[in-house]
Ligand binder design. Structure first.
Ligand code: NAP
Length: 263
């Protein structure tokens, strides 16, 4: 690890860190030296086991239960983080939900819940975190390839993630003068609890055909990018949205008879 990637002495808060991509990011930032605030909403056992794992790396970690879409809960989470570990220099807005329902069948409550968790949560956490980022910092928002590529059944999810892109870019503009960098990572298909059933149902052969790199991704492949963006190695990068999707989103013109081996 180069000195620029060293996060020793920094505090990172990762929302939705109990499982999946958030968990991998929390572990990776701890490996780079950061102390970690582990946010979760319901799976306390998973959050506790991550805390133990981070402590074996010699880092400090605390577990912070909060629904990140609720302003009072976000305030309580940051107050505890600051009292026990100190203010965050790194915030990863990762918590998210991804129900799949066509528009005609979706009720307004489902629409609102997805927007609240996936878009309002990052706004609330960003607003609160920057109050205490006196000497600069790094914010990383986890969007999705569906921030720009629609998927049937994901109108709310795609709208929320497209919103996170503009939250990222606006925050980068507003916070640049304070040396707070704000970037987004847009993962493709990464195997976690959020989509494991869907990924397995399609089968490895289908993913091989659909994704230029020939496979779904793993959470640690997103965590590597997050560790880079959180660190001084990315000191001149802000307002960027980086797609980590194995090329899944690359356009491919399909018509009968081409590619030659496809029906
Ligand atoms: P996951 O395995 O289902 O984990 C979701 C995490 O978010 C859990 O830690 C969960 O906590 C937490 N969470 C959910 N709602 C919350 C809330 N209101 N407040 C606080 N925490 C909450 O999902 P994942 O696949 O790691 O997804 C993480 C992020 O990556 C999401 O924003 C997702 O949209 C994005 N993403 C994922 C993929 C993919 O293919 N997996 C692709 C593109 C983007 P509990 O454990 O307590 O339930």
């Amino acid at each position: 690890m180069s000195d620029l990637q060293d996060l020793s002495g920094r505090v990172a808060l990762i929302t939705g860190a109990s499982r999946g991509i958030g968990r991998a990011i929390a572990l990776r930032l701890a490996e780079s030296g950061a102390d970690i605030g582990i946010n979760y909403i319901s799976d306390v056992e998973a959050a506790d086991s991550l805390q133990a794992e981070i402590e074996t790396l010699g880092r400090r970690a605390i577990v912070l239960q909060a629904d990140t879409s609720v302003e009072g809960a976000v305030e309580g989470m940051f107050a505890r983080l600051e009292a026990e570990l100190g203010p965050a220099q790194i915030l990863v807005n990762n918590a998210g939900i991804d129900p799949v329902t066509p528009i005609a069948e979706m009720d307004a409550a489902e629409w609102k819940r997805v927007i609240d968790v996936n878009l309002t949560g990052p706004f609330l956490c960003t607003k609160r975190a920057v109050q205490r980022m006196a000497a600069g910092g790094a914010i990383i928002n986890i969007t999705s390839i569906h921030d720009s590529t629609p998927r049937i059944g994901s109108s709310h999810y795609s709208a929320s993630k497209a919103g996170v892109v503009m939250l990222t870019k606006t925050a980068a503009l507003e916070l640049g003068p304070r040396n707070i960098r704000v970037n987004a990572i847009a993962p493709g298909a990464i195997e976690t609890d959020i989509n494991r059933e869907r990924i397995v149902a399609f089968g490895a052969e289908a993913w091989k055909r659909w994704i230029p790199l020939g496979r779904v991704g793993q959470a640690n492949e997103i965590a590597e990018l997050a560790a880079f963006l959180a660190s001084d190695a990315a000191s001149y990068i802000t307002g960027a949205v980086i797609y980590a999707d194995g090329g899944f989103r690359l356009p491919l013109v399909r018509h009968q008879g081409w590619p030659p081996n496809e029906a």
